[in-house]
Design a protein around this ligand. Structure first.
Ligand code: ATR
Length: 286
C-alpha cells in the first residue's frame, strides 16, 4: 500500500500532548508489514472534548481509535459498550467502531502480561508481585496480574489513599504497603513493576534512584524487574536491577503489545510484533 485511496480505512490516536506519540509509527509499520489499506494519524484533542471526538469517530467513520491522556476516563463514559477491563478500570485506551457502535477496551493490562511473557517468559501464576504506583497504568497492570493468578500484589504508592483504591480493584491478593514498606515484601517478591513516572527522561546515572520508595539493595538476582517507562530505555531502577543480577524489561514491550492487541481488535489480524518492536526500538535509541 503506497498512497491512501478512497477506500483507505482510518485509525487515529486522540490525546494532548500527542505529537511525540509512538502509536502512528507502531500502527503504520504494522499496516505496511501486512499490506493493509489502513492509515493511522495523531489528532491533538484538548481536555473536555472527548465526547465530541468520539462522536466524530462515528460521523467520520474512523475505524479504530487509540485514547491517551487526558481522555481515557471520559472515553469510558462516552462509549456505547465497555470490555470487562475497561469497565473495571473506568478507563479506555482503544475504541472499536462497530458500524457506529463504539466499544471501549483497555489493552494496557493484557499488553503488559503479553510483554512479560514474550520478553522474559514470566508467568504471573502463583507469583508475588510488587506494583509501584496507583495511577491508570498501575491499576491496569495490577488488575491483569490478579486475573493472571498472581498470589500477592503489594501496592506501594506515594499517596496512600490511591494505593488503597487500587488495591480494592485487585481483590483478595492485594496488599497495601505504605509508610515504610516492609523490606521482606520486597525481598521475597518475584516481580517488581515500576508503574510510576519516576525515572522518566533521566539517565541511569542521574542518581534519581534515591526517589524510589524502598531500598534498591533489596533487589537480588531472583527478581524480575519491569519499568513501564521507555524514555530512557535504561531507567535508574533498571540499571540498579541489572547491576544486582535481576532480569529486566523496559516499557517498549508493553507499549508494543498493547498496540498489537488494539491492532487485532480493529483489523481482526494477528499483529506483526517483530516489525513493530524493531520500528519502535530504532526510534528510541538513547
Ligand atoms: P498514569 O495514568 O500514567 O499511571 P497517573 O495516574 O498520573 O499516570 O499516575 C502516576 C503515578 O506515578 C502515581 O502513582 C503517582 O503517585 P501519586 O498517586 O502519589 O500521585 C506516581 N508518581 C508520579 N511522580 C512521582 C514521584 N515523583 N514520586 C513518587 N511517585 C510519583
Amino acid at each position: 500500500m503506497s498512497q491512501p485511496t478512497g477506500s483507505t480505512r482510518l485509525a487515529a490516536v486522540i490525546g494532548d500532548p500527542v505529537r511525540h506519540s509512538l502509536s502512528p509509527l507502531l500502527h503504520n509499520t504494522a499496516f505496511a508489514a501486512l499490506d493493509l489499506d489502513w492509515v493511522y494519524v495523531a489528532l491533538e484533542v484538548g481536555a473536555g472534548h472527548t465526547a465530541e471526538a468520539l462522536e466524530a469517530m462515528r460521523t467520520l467513520g474512523i475505524a479504530g481509535l487509540s485514547v491517551t491522556m487526558p481522555h481515557k476516563e471520559a472515553a469510558a463514559a462516552a462509549c456505547d459498550e465497555l470490555s470487562p477491563d475497561a469497565a473495571a478500570l473506568r478507563a479506555v485506551n482503544c475504541v472499536v467502531n462497530d458500524g457506529g457502535r463504539l466499544i471501549g477496551h483497555n489493552t494496557d493490562g493484557d499488553g503488559f502480561i503479553a510483554a512479560i511473557d514474550a520478553e522474559l517468559g514470566f508467568d504471573p501464576r502463583g507469583r508475588r508481585c510488587v506494583v509501584l504506583g496507583a495511577g491508570g497504568a498501575a491499576r491496569s497492570i495490577g488488575l491483569a496480574l490478579a486475573r493472571s493468578g498472581a498470589s500477592q500484589i503489594a501496592v506501594i504508592n506515594r499517596t496512600a489513599e490511591r494505593a488503597q483504591q487500587a488495591a480494592e480493584l485487585f481483590g483478595e491478593v492485594a496488599l497495601v504497603v505504605s509508610g515504610g514498606p516492609e523490606a521482606s515484601v520486597i525481598a521475597e517478591s518475584d516481580l517488581i513493576v515500576n508503574a510510576t513516572s519516576v525515572g522518566m527522561s533521566t539517565s541511569a546515572t542521574d542518581g534519581e534512584a534515591a526517589e524510589f520508595p524502598f531500598d534498591l539493595e533489596l533487589i537480588g538476582n531472583h527478581h524480575t524487574v519491569v519499568d513501564i517507562v521507555y524514555r530512557p530505555l535504561l531507567t535508574p531502577l533498571l540499571a540498579h536491577a541489572q547491576a544486582r543480577g535481576a532480569r529486566t524489561a523496559n516499557g517498549v514491550a508493553m507499549l508494543t503489545h498493547q498496540a498489537a492487541i488494539a491492532f487485532t481488535l480493529w483489523t481482526g489480524q494477528a499483529a506483526p510484533i517483530e516489525a513493530m518492536t524493531a520500528a519502535v526500538s530504532a526510534s528510541l535509541v538513547d
